[in-house]
Design a protein around this ligand. Structure first.
Ligand code: MRU
Length: 356
């Protein structure tokens, strides 16, 4: 039997700052390593991508997911594309690669944001020598990764400062190290609150139908020794009522200028329950998730996902053949239900986002 595949980095040398990383770029910029989140929590396996098409497939097929994580992965895809495009058609090649990447998933704005930054650089340095272009694109992609980790750490500190001692938090989906460059947005706040000794417990919604909460959030928190209890999405109201949950903290895929928040399907319902019970509903997201060009949540494109995610559990069919299913990947929580938006630039009331 061959030994399990080992990531080609030494402990402590990932840009994520952790033992594992959702994505890393090889030192020579020739490959991206993407942790296959579909195989967690049972297996830690990295997919090696050496073309932008392979990188796009990791995003489309949910090898990597989570708004900031798909943006960083796309930037690594463009670093690979920049290395491959050695001719005079450099800019055209990078534009094609960008279109391919942006088309993979529509709701998370971080994807278009990261690709836009890389394309901006491609336009600036298109007439430079090929090796210099490739090195600059790889450096920009790594900076986008590093900046995201720094943003998560800043959000962690700002978010933890909002929480009282003895907090019990509910989170939905996975807004952790796996969904970002490292540390996490909502789970960054959880980690910082745990480090500050403020955390009593965390409840994680399993997050139907893709189970990011059960498979990923629980794995991440257990890895860090943070006590986590997985519940089904339908138990959230009961647990807020009976299990002493003091606040809800979630991430975001896109925040409209009016403070409406698109996040994983089910988030809106949790926000309604939090309001009914008078507990705060916090959203933690890097500034790259704020989309001031989108006026309201109604203007956000909601990704519709394959019926198979609902009709099957793995290979097992759960729903009778031919029955209609509807599978939106995200919903929009109105700004009026959001207590505060925690970003690396500060904590804002949703109606007071700077720059709107
Ligand atoms: O479909 P996914 O798993 O990509 O959805 C992810 C979420 O909705 C996360 O909550 C969001 O991207 C925030 S990640 C920091």
């Amino acid at each position: 039997m061959s030994p399990p595949w080992q990531p080609p980095w030494k402990a402590g040398s990932t840009l994520s700052g952790s033992r594992y990383s959702a994505m890393e770029l090889a030192p020579d910029g020739a490959a991206a390593f993407v942790l296959d989140q579909r195989r967690l929590p049972l297996e830690e396996h990295y997919v090696t991508c050496t073309t932008v098409e392979e990188v796009a497939a990791t995003i489309r097929d949910m090898v990597v997911r989570g708004a900031p994580a798909i943006g960083i992965t796309a930037a690594y895809g463009l670093a690979i594309a920049a290395r491959a495009a050695t001719g005079a058609d450099y800019l055209a090649a990078l534009e094609r690669a960008s279109e391919l990447l942006v088309a993979t998933r529509p709701t998370a704005v971080n994807l278009a944001w990261a690709v836009g930054r890389c394309l901006g650089l491609a336009r600036e340095h298109a007439s430079s020598p090929a090796p210099a272009r490739a090195a600059e694109m790889a450096e920009l992609a790594r900076s986008i990764h590093r900046e995201d980790v720094a943003a998560c750490r800043a959000m962690g500190e700002l978010g933890a400062a909002l929480l009282p001692q003895g907090s019990t938090l509910l989170t939905h989906c996975n807004a952790g190290a796996l969904a970002t460059g490292g540390f996490g947005t909502a789970l960054g706040v959880v980690r910082a609150a745990a480090a500050a000794g403020k955390l009593t417990a965390v409840f994680a919604d399993e997050t139907r139908p893709y189970l990011q909460g059960a498979r990923l959030t629980a794995w991440e928190l257990a890895e860090d020794g943070i006590p986590v209890t997985v519940i089904t999405d339908g138990m959230a109201a009961h647990c807020i009522d009976r299990r002493g949950i003091t606040a809800v903290i979630v991430g975001a895929d896109r925040i409209a200028a009016n403070g409406d928040v698109a996040n994983k399907i089910g988030t809106y319902g949790v926000a309604c329950i939090a309001r009914h019970h008078g507990i705060p509903f916090y959203v933690a997201a890097p500034w790259s998730t704020v989309d001031l060009a989108t006026p309201t949540g109604r203007d956000i494109v909601i990704e519709e996902r394959a019926p198979h995610e609902l009709t099957h559990l793995g290979d097992r069919q759960l729903v009778a053949s031919g029955v209609a299913v509807y599978n939106p990947g995200f919903d929009v929580t109105p700004a009026s239900l959001v207590t505060a938006i925690i970003t690396e630039r500060g904590v804002f009331a949703p109606a007071d986002l700077p720059g709107r």
